[in-house]
Design a protein around this ligand. Structure first.
Ligand code: FPP
Length: 248
């Protein structure tokens, strides 16, 4: 995979970049169908643009990029498709880890790693461990992830702390809850992109997207490249973010 480098277009204000971009990489199946290919090849095509998107986010100074690679609901797909996705995830980590580490990218896995097959669990845990002290882009990969399950886990962790006498019920506020999410310490999502024109959140980052701007580009994920990413950032910069207040 070779990646093309794109400078930031002049129409994008580098001072007002989204700090955290989250992406629902939708449309691999439709891309495969359109090209008369098996669905696994659609997913494979959907990994071929990853390097350029990640590299560009790192180059332009985005702080966090979160990719929805495999949801808790994706286990309901056929074994062939699940196996293909698991293999692609493994291949991605094996082929990209050296360059990501070199580029000071920190990898964080969102989701239940223990529910993954052993080779994937190990590769993901190793990638997190190896890059834990990196200070550049935080590349967050959601694998075996569900937003509701993440909130339930956070509630359980807080309840355990109360039970053990390590905190009071009154000390539980929005920050305390945010600190128990997989995204602890990361900025909230500013820009949520879902490709393929679908307009749903599908159990992704339910808490973290509270004030995100949603952009739904029409391209199927394998056709989404850096110019399309820049178009989404431009659209983000056109939005007026009021957080419930009024523009003065
Ligand atoms: C949605 O398309 C996409 C997925 C369920 C998987 C996304 C995974 C990858 C791009 C590969 C692995 C990722 C990483 C980070 C290594 P769909 O199959 O639901 O598309 P459809 O709606 O057109 O059928």
């Amino acid at each position: 995979m070779s990646a093309i480098r794109y400078p930031l277009p002049e129409s994008i204000d580098p001072q007002r970049l989204p700090q955290h971009i989250a992406v629902i990489m939708d449309g691999n199946g439709r891309w495969a169908k359109k090209n008369k290919l098996k669905v696994a090849l659609g997913h494979r095509a959907g990994t071929e643009n990853l390097r350029e998107i990640i590299r560009n986010c790192s180059d332009i100074g985005v702080k966090a990029l979160t990719l929805y690679a495999f949801s808790t609901e994706n286990w309901n797909r056929s074994k062939t498709e699940v196996d293909a996705l698991m293999q692609l995830i493994l291949d991605f980590f094996h082929s990209e880890i050296d360059e990501l580490d070199e580029k000071n990218v920190r990898i964080l896995i969102l989701g239940d790693k223990d529910g993954l097959p052993e080779p994937q669990r190990q590769a993901l845990a190793q990638a997190e461990h190896r890059t834990a002290d990196n200070t550049g882009l935080s590349l967050n990969i959601a694998v075996n992830y569900g937003g509701r399950a993440e909130l339930v886990r956070a509630a359980q962790l807080l309840a355990q702390e109360v039970r053990d006498g390590r905190r009071t019920v009154e000390s539980i506020d929005e920050q305390a809850l945010a600190d128990k999410l997989y995204t602890c310490g990361l900025p909230e999502v500013d820009l949520l992109i879902r490709t393929s024109g679908e307009m749903r959140l599908s159990n992704f980052l339910l808490y973290q997207c509270s004030y995100a701007e949603f952009v739904f580009p029409p391209e199927l994920w394998p056709d989404f490249h850096v110019p399309q990413l820049h178009a989404c950032i431009k659209e983000f910069q056109r939005r007026s973010r009021r957080y419930g207040a009024r523009d003065e």
